[in-house]
Ligand binder design. Sequence first.
Ligand SMILES: [Zn+2]
Length: 113
Amino acid sequence: MALESPVVQAMLEQALAEAETCHARRVTALHLVLYVPDAEPALRPLVAELSHGTPAQDAEVHIRHAPSNFICWNCCGLRFTSQDPDADCPNCGESGLLLPPDIVFALERIQVA
Ligand SMILES: [Zn+2]
């Protein structure tokens, strides 16, 4: 799953808006939840590049891996989680539908100074 800079930019803008709300001078850490483990090598440099020159520059990036959420439309709409991005339904063995399909990561919280 591709990680594109507009989604990273949107996350940073959210973090910067939160920092501004609490009158912080700097964002010292970004805590992210990652739903696609493969995206981590691409995520870190993008955050560094896009935060350059903003109050989030040099923020520590903490990444927590979360299992992907799936739903199976083959059997009974079973919901299940898996670390595998192409997981099969544990009930019927058909491939599950990834939920939500376009979210690679989410901003969990920030730390500011
Ligand atoms: Zn199923």
